[in-house]
Design a protein around this ligand. Structure first.
Ligand SMILES: *Cc1c(COP(=O)(O)O)cnc(C)c1O
Length: 232
């Protein structure tokens, strides 16, 4: 995909973001786009950078490593890890990514904290992943367990907890999507009251099939693969 083609798609996506924000009386500037380049060649990343977008998302450590080797760096973009991170790949991930959006357990947070401090690396920005739908195969903390987990995670050194991330069920049922996103937004508000050191902030929610509902429900970052970059 060329940067011209991305710019065309981007114009369409931005219009859809603006309409969704307007429906919720929100400023569309409060919604960041995270182009998800997983499954696309490294050239998609240069095209994203050429289109003027500041960040990309990848979901696998080896794929990100291969692409950074091929591109001889990160193209000046912020790299966001959005996929499940095995604890034995945490060190590698810290070297490759600027933000880890998929912190799905206190154990993983502890490990990231320890490695960051051990290596004298600057604090890494993280989001805590919430499993709001209760699906067994989805990663993330249950909303009921979030406050206790965040209380520990926010005390760890080497991490900057910037907010929450979630994946909704894969469904066209708008009511169910809405309920999932709302649950996460409400959990964020509640935890920013209850948990010292947690200020909420980023709500990374919404993908190609559900980003408009996510924006209506308060998303501040939509992670978009297919609508921006085409089918994988
Ligand atoms: C792949 C992926 C996306 C983007 O998916 P699309 O449906 O192509 O927009 C967003 N978030 C996560 C966690 C993903 O793995």
């Amino acid at each position: 995909m060329t940067s011209e083609r991305i710019e065309e798609r981007l114009a369409d996506v931005r219009a859809r973001v603006a309409r969704a924000a307007a429906r919720a009386d929100r400023d569309p500037a409060g919604v960041d786009l995270l182009p998800v380049t997983k499954g696309h060649p490294a050239s998609a990343i240069t095209a994203v950078a050429a289109a003027g977008l500041p960040r990309i998302g990848e979901n696998r450590v080896p794929e990100a490593a291969e692409k950074q080797a091929e591109l001889a760096g990160g193209c000046g973009l912020d790299w966001h890890m959005i996929g499940r991170l095995q604890r034995n790949k945490a060190r590698k991930a810290i070297g490759l990514f600027d933000v880890i959006e998929s912190v799905d357990s206190v154990k993983l947070a502890r490990r990231l904290s320890r490695i960051t401090e051990e290596e004298g690396h600057e604090p890494i920005e993280v989001l805590v992943q919430v499993n709001a739908s209760g699906e067994a195969e989805k990663a993330g903390l249950a909303p009921a367990k979030l406050a206790v987990a965040l209380d520990e995670i926010c005390r760890l050194g080497g991490l900057r907890v910037a907010g929450l991330m979630t994946m909704a069920p894969f469904t066209a049922d708008e009511g169910m999507l809405r309920k999932t996103f709302r649950t996460v937004r409400e959990a964020s508000v509640r935890c920013s009251d209850e948990v010292e050191g947690f200020e909420g902030g980023v709500l990374s929610m919404g993908m190609s099939n559900d980003f408009e509902v996510a924006i209506e429900e308060g998303s501040t970052r939509v992670r978009l693969g297919t609508v921006l970059l085409g089918e994988r």
